[in-house]
Design a protein around this ligand. Structure first.
Ligand SMILES: *Cc1c(COP(=O)(O)O)cnc(C)c1O
Length: 224
């Protein structure tokens, strides 16, 4: 598995304006370094402690993304260095990130995660909940949060039409929220959707950030 070659192959397929986040998850820092040496700088993970540990030992010019479910008490581990948190799905979490951002004197870029899949297990808000959040007085006082867009995960299925519909739904949610709350906010522009099995469809449906793990690093080993 040559991660540099994999990244180059995927990169060539993507439109230039679509950002590729290489999701390393359980892979060791050496695998990230191999990708780094091939020129890639944008990496992500879904465990706060894990990316904090990797951040400490890897080159400082890596742009780190957090894509997993973030427990409120773990926010402080990634707030010092994270470039974008893709997976904010509650007021409680936003409040915590804002508080940590204030403490550490950083503005934290966040995306709101929406529930677009059929599966019960996937995290995320529905449109009504997000509107309620943006309308609340508390939200307007978050000075250390920059809301940059939306994120979603499609159902794990081989039915491409369904996946496409779900991505289309996320794009619709993005447009609706942009129009209602972020019309004059140029940086509210990101739609994070697309993983190894569905990024081509996601890009066709308007993705601006794809999050790709196994197609770059190989299958994950959860036994270690
Ligand atoms: C693991 C993960 C990815 C990457 O998944 P692959 O199928 O390995 O490409 C993307 N997004 C999130 C939220 C993930 O947890």
């Amino acid at each position: 598995m040559n991660v540099g070659v994999n990244i180059r192959r995927i990169r060539e397929e993507l439109p230039e304006n679509v950002k590729l986040v290489a999701i390393s998850k359980t892979k060791p820092a050496e695998a990230i370094l191999e990708a780094y040496d091939s020129g890639h700088r944008i990496f992500g993970g879904n465990k706060a402690m894990e990316i904090a540990a990797k951040y400490r030992i890897l080159p400082p010019d890596i742009e780190w993304h957090f894509v997993g479910h973030l427990q409120t008490n773990k926010g402080r581990y990634i707030v010092p260095f994270v470039h974008l948190i893709h997976s904010v799905d509650s007021m409680k979490l936003l409040r915590e990130i804002n508080k940590e951002g204030f403490r550490q004197k950083r503005i934290i870029n966040c995306l709101l995660q929406f529930h677009i899949a059929e599966e019960e297990s996937k995290f995320g808000l529905v449109t009504g909940e997000a509107k309620e959040l943006f309308s609340s007085p508390e939200y307007s006082e978050f000075e250390n949060i920059s809301l940059n867009g939306v994120m979603g995960m499609a159902t794990f299925t081989s039915d491409n039409d369904q996946v496409r519909m779900e991505f289309r739904k996320l794009r619709g949610v993005f447009a609706e929220i942009k129009n209602e709350f972020f019309k004059d906010t140029p940086y509210f522009r990101e739609i994070s959707m697309g993983m190894s099995d569905d990024y081509r469809i996601a890009v066709e449906e308007g993705s601006t950030i794809v999050r790709i793990g196994s197609s770059i690093f190989g299958e994950r080993d959860y036994s270690v």
